[in-house]
Write a protein that binds this ligand. Structure first.
Ligand code: MVZ
Length: 306
């Protein structure tokens, strides 16, 4: 089984990447069109989990680079062997209903050509319903079930979680900032999902369940507290639950209602917080809803799925 997952350096003096050693940047080069950037999470020595919408059917593995680990020197650059998008992902599926972008099953696995050398700067995050997550949750293996993982990680209520975004520091240079958000797994879930209709892409949506399917977790808004929002550049990044000093990924950042960073990155120090409108919500693929695909794709990665 894989060495411990979901471990990070906790001391305040640690490097941003040591604090978030699973965080990956995915760079897609497109001839004559420059680059597209997405985020991802290292989940084993060969695989990074991200969003399927980061790629088009024309993108070849040769055009994609994955960066993991510290800025500059220790940062490891990886070539990509293959991208496996979820078979049910189909961006254009609702085109004839004038819904241009449909993000159901917006999740993909990027296989690297070589194993990542694990270090304090590069270490996988735990996936739910694996032996590593059972250990991280300090529950007995193999007695603990996947259902129990879901009850522990996504109980009814407003579940505190976080995503990691780039922020700009007054001293220049990009840094990583953890943004705490609340998963509306309560009576607030419906209001969260209803706000999807306020996305400019979804003016033709009559019933919100057309675009917000059972695969999504919903965060953002101002109730029960003001949540920060994602930017397009956060696509593919992990939505993480912290349990004591261990980290488990429960979602993949897929889409949002308002792109809050059109202008500029959020400031690194927490004090400066620009508030978005109350209907600014973000939607994440719920990993518990795509386990059969993950299990099949990662069968010989030593992750020991439950
Ligand atoms: C993370 C993220 C991805 C995408 Br794709 C966005 N774009 C969008 N959402 C609905 C249709 N297209 C946004 C927005 Cl907007 C905010 N965060 C986003």
């Amino acid at each position: 089984t894989l060495s411990m997952c979901g471990l990070a350096k906790e001391h305040p003096g640690a490097d941003d990447q040591e604090k978030n050693p699973w965080q990956a940047v995915i760079i897609i080069r497109r001839e004559g069109k420059g680059f597209e950037y997405c985020k991802g999470a290292l989940i084993s020595e060969y695989y990074v989990l991200t969003a399927a919408h980061c790629f088009t059917i024309d993108d070849k593995a040769e055009q994609i680079t994955v960066k993991i680990g510290r800025q500059s020197s220790e940062r490891q650059s990886f070539d990509v062997a293959a991208v496996h998008s979820h078979p049910l992902y189909q961006l254009q599926k609702l085109k004839d209903r004038k819904i241009d972008e449909f993000y159901d099953y917006d999740i993909a696995l990027v296989k690297l050509t070589v194993k990542v050398k694990l270090s304090v700067f590069a270490r996988p995050i735990c996936l739910p319903c694996t032996a590593g997550a059972t250990r991280a949750l300090r529950k007995p293996h193999p007695q603990t079930t996947c259902k129990e993982h879901e009850e522990m990680l996504l109980p009814a209520g407003n579940v505190a979680s976080f995503f990691v975004t780039d922020c700009s520091h007054s001293s220049g240079g990009n840094r990583l900032l953890r943004q705490t958000v609340h998963i509306k797994n309560s009576e607030l879930k419906m209001a969260c999902e209803e706000d999807a209709k306020k996305a400019k892409h979804y003016v033709n949506v009559t019933d919100v369940s057309e675009v917000v399917t059972d695969r999504f977790l919903c965060t953002g808004g101002i109730d029960p507290v003001v949540d920060p929002n994602t930017c397009k550049g956060d696509s593919g990044g992990p939505l993480i639950i912290q349990n004591r000093l261990r980290y488990v990924q429960v979602g993949v950042i897929s889409w949002g209602v308002v792109d809050v960073c059109q202008k500029r990155l959020p400031a690194c120090d927490k004090n400066i917080r620009v508030q978005s409108p109350s209907f600014a919500r973000d939607f994440h693929i719920n990993i518990f809803k795509v386990l059969p695909w993950l299990k099949q794709r990662l069968s010989d990665e030593g992750l020991d799925f439950l």
